[in-house]
Write a protein that binds this ligand. Sequence first.
Ligand code: ADP
Ligand code: ADP
Ligand code: MG
Length: 653
Amino acid sequence: MIKKLLIANRGEIACRIIKTARKMGVRTVAVYSKADENALHVRTADEAQLIGAAPAADSYLRNGRILSVAKEAGADAIHPGYGFLSENADFAELTHDAGMIFVGPPPAAIRSMGLKDKAKEIMAEAGVPIVPGYHGSNQTPDFLKRKAYEIGYPVLIKAVAGGGGKGMRKVGKAIEFDNALDAAKREAMAAFGNDVVLIEKFIESPRHIEIQVFGDSHGNVVHLFERDCSLQRRHQKVIEEAPAPGMTEEVRSAMGKAACDAARAVGYQGAGTVEFIVDGANGLTLDGFYFMEMNTRLQVEHPVTEMITGTDLVEWQLRVASGEKLPKLQEELSINGHAVEARIYAEDPNAGFLPSTGDLVAMDLGEEANGVRIDTGVEQGDTISPFYDPMIAKLIVHSSNRDSALDRLEECLRGAQIAGPVTNTAFLANLCADTTFRGQRFDTSLIDSKLDNLINVAEPDADVICTGLSALITLQQNKIVHENPANSTSPWGMTDSFQLVGGRELDWNFVMDGEEISTRVKFEGTDICVQDDNDRWVYSSACAKAHIKDGKIYVLAAGKQTLFEPKLYQPVEEGGTANADGIISVPMHGKIIAVTVVDGDEVEQGDILFSVEAMKMEHAVLAPTDGVISNISIATGEQVENGFPAMKLVVSE
Ligand code: ADP
Ligand code: ADP
Ligand code: MG
């Protein structure tokens, strides 16, 4: 058995591999970039080595550097995870040459499956059904266009070196072909340095169904059934499940056999996935599935297979790589229940799924119990950096049947507390509840066709606002009392006679998701309640939870985050006061009800400087920047004009 394993990866998959290695008594060596110095995989491995700067090309893709770190650490094997160097045949070969085990297939098998055109050719020879199309070497645009015509529109242009949905274009009719070909080639050249393409018939009602295969060095090949990954956005998987809805024993064994044939044809060893595109128009049939590609590595969605088969595929990988036989043969494998995985990303569905970065103010996906599994590479306080894939976690649920697994997954997603970066959690929860998905009549177009519904999340309700404001007001109150306990003029210090008792009502101004809002608030003891659209008073319930960092409040409810910030009154430029001089003016005609600073005070942005009451509404004027206070010319009880210069704030160095 392998004794010391270097993991040439990061994030959740590195942490996932460490877990199994530890269970098996295998020592682990993590590698990390500058951006990952404090990452969870570095904290949990037995040893860790810095391998370079943040960009992947300067760290996680440096095969020479990784190999020398492995040698120096005395590792006898390297696990590449997925992505990065996992499907790099040269790296696998160099690992062998350096006298270490590559936890993956033989380099020749990686090469055979590395390019989609060559792979299709090998599969056709092995009798595995392939998608009708052209995958030859003639790349002349006119020739390719003629082929597309012969195949029959719609067709799919695919980069042979493609992956992650890049370099792919669907073409509906002939007049669109030339532009689509140019675009696919341009994208492929930029992403893979190879612009060779193939043309395929576009399968109508396409479903993505893949088979997990495993081979050992003793000539055994088994499959661990299928996964359905038809829920995709831009050809990238979003939710995966096993088994596939509507699968029959007959089709399953035909697809399983085709996948094992594919693996045997390239002398496969280790974990691999054979991806099929399935024509779902008339249900799953014996002649309705076609080989698409083989991924010669562990797949992101491998946990759903582990849960329905009760296996640990990383353990299988380490055993097989050490020369052992497969832990189970085909007859010993069976399916138990149903498993679903959702990929939680730091991305904003309402902004075109743009990646979101930043500190994880909260990161709590609940307990790993009763069939719930959480695979992640981050914890609260960690940072989602812009350098790598913005996946935060995979939430996986196993249950006795599909509906209860989806119910549970939705429940976990709605209760998830991930604050800081914007996430796709509510979008995923909506997807779990989608009737077409529930009804099992879906194909890969589901997300696109229902996008508006799926990204549509209710506006923050009174409950969310109440939770946010309670936290915001408490925060401001604590800050003032804590930092300035002796300041008896502080409205927050004077809880006895000021406003936080006696059911006092006022309009509270704040900023919610970047927008200025005013809401009627009532103080009742230490609680507050807010008025909803129907003028009813609403208290915060247990459904919405607030998380606080750097003077900002992140409220999570049903998987959706709402950001609350205090309203900062900018110095008003009316009345002859100049911004540039640092003069803070009174923002409205009214009565000064509190001055919370004295000359010489050092304040931070957001600290309360003074409060004005106008039309029974109270406004706290907050420091627009950090600085030192001087020239205070207002006092409690005074009636002042809009624009009256209240004090000066000199920005501190
Ligand atoms: P497919 O490539 O068929 O979509 P997966 O769903 O398993 O298969 O996706 C894996 C992809 O994730 C890789 O091909 C790669 O583009 C991307 N990736 C690479 N490295 C990482 C990483 N460390 N964390 C998350 N995703 C990664
Ligand atoms: P990648 O290497 O980028 O994962 P794939 O060949 O696996 O590329 O295809 C990615 C996705 O594109 C599939 O999961 C499927 O949704 C869609 N797709 C691929 N080939 C076809 C096809 N012939 N017809 C319809 N959809 C397809
Ligand atoms: Mg694929």
